[in-house]
Design a protein around this ligand. Structure first.
Ligand code: ATP
Ligand code: ATP
Ligand code: MG
Ligand code: MG
Lengths: 227, 227
């Protein structure tokens, strides 16, 4: 499903070059549940953005579903991002002037649903993350963990087959985290693929495989023996 | 040092009234290290914003250092916020167009330091959180955990006597979290007061007292027996 080969991503700041990713080679098959871990600054979000077709590597190759992503047209990329991938951003990235209902419904506009259907689906999605009573709130009228849950609901609403979740429980108490992880496991059981960044070992334990990064490289990649 | 009595905070959204805080009564003495825990949406950040003089309760009384906060002038409040309190926000709240050096140096402008001194102090503060090599980066050129650490460095730079840290390690791996908690413990040992919101029990274990909230109320308030 996902094949990255010798992926690099560098940034130039003034006279300095920063290698956010040095060389990453990784293969993820359909239906896998992978946890991506590593120190702050090790390149996890950078790798996630490349996998999610939100960023382009400065070196190497990314083949998604058999197609080289660098050969895709802008329309094909937009299609992949909207229909096949659900992305939970580390910083949520909600529209500040829209309600949580409208934020969650956003991917459904691209999918072509009418307004009534979008609102019904968005209402159900918010209920599935415990926020059925916060539908009219804007992001600044929500707690940190509530914003995070709106971001999760938005990522899942189009039933994407690949979920990229960057620290989806970082702002959640244990009980709410368990509910969100339950949602992700349910989606995994339906045959979808999940790649989850987390720095918490308990959350990583839900995954079947654990990939560890350090300084823009993969230093470890093993099945989760304890599952 | 801090005395809140029957504090309430409500919001009106359309026809609905939300009681973010219902009735909170709490006393925190100088030099205490308190962990504040509770489910997502239980009112922790709302309480922290009131304690930090960033928000006003809709009911009840807040006495800080013997003075009723509602009697303070705007200048006196600004003084308290800048000189006595260091606040690490759950959403970091960095200036997007400024470098991490300028973000960290910001509280020093209010304190009246000249530019050269501010830059030296900011450089040291960034080194203390492991970001001496990221001084020229703007927030969008930093990882999530790096932004969080810039927010921590900024909160500590004026040597405030009260530190309010709202989930300061939410985006950090274990090793980096331990370094940040080490910083906070050092500051606590010098006699300062720390109130820390966290949803992680391991992080809460650094505190001497644990206050648990639920639905805008305090449901538990006990010394940490395991410390
Ligand atoms: N401006 C606002 N308008 C309306 N409701 C609000 C507003 N700000 C917060 N709330 C509500 O107040 C409640 C408490 O919010 P608060 O941010 O204090 O929670 P919290 O304990 O910090 O949660 P988390 O752990 O998710 O950060 C939440 O239910 C939230 O929806
Ligand atoms: N736009 C940019 N310009 C320059 N450097 C960048 C940029 N974006 C990220 N970096 C750097 O690339 C490195 C990797 O960043 P990345 O966000 O992938 O880390 P991460 O593993 O997600 O960290 P965290 O756990 O803190 O979220 C970091 O050292 C960061 O400073
Ligand atoms: Mg990251
Ligand atoms: Mg909060």
């Amino acid at each position: 499903l996902i094949q990255v080969t010798d992926i690099g991503r560098k940034y130039v700041i003034g006279a300095e070059t920063i290698h956010a990713l040095k060389s990453v080679t990784l293969q993820i098959n359909k239906g896998e549940f992978v946890a991506l871990m590593g120190p702050s600054g090790s390149g996890k979000s950078t790798l996630m953005n490349i996998l999610g077709c939100l960023d382009t590597p400065t070196r190497g190759e990314y083949i998604l579903n058999g197609i080289n992503v660098s050969d895709m047209t802008d329309d094909e990329l937009a299609d992949v991002r909207n229909k096949e991938i659900g992305f939970v951003f580390q910083t949520f990235n909600l529209l500040p002037r829209s309600t949580s209902l409208d934020n969650v419904a956003l991917p459904l506009i691209y999918a072509g649903y009418g307004k009534k259907t979008r609102n019904e689906m968005a209402q159900r999605a918010l209920e599935s993350v415990g926020l059925g009573n916060r539908v009219d709130h804007k992001p600044n009228e929500l707690s940190g963990g509530q914003r995070q849950r709106v971001a999760v609901a938005r990522a899942l609403i189009n039933n994407p087959s690949i979920i990229l979740a960057d620290e989806p429980t970082g702002n959640l108490d244990t009980k709410t985290s368990v509910e969100i992880m339950g949602l992700l496991e349910e989606i995994h059981h339906k045959g979808n693929t999940i790649i989850l960044v987390t720095h918490e070992e308990d959350i990583a334990q839900h995954a079947h495989r654990i990939v560890r990064m350090r300084d823009g490289l993969i230093e470890d990649d093993h099945p989760n023996k304890d599952i």
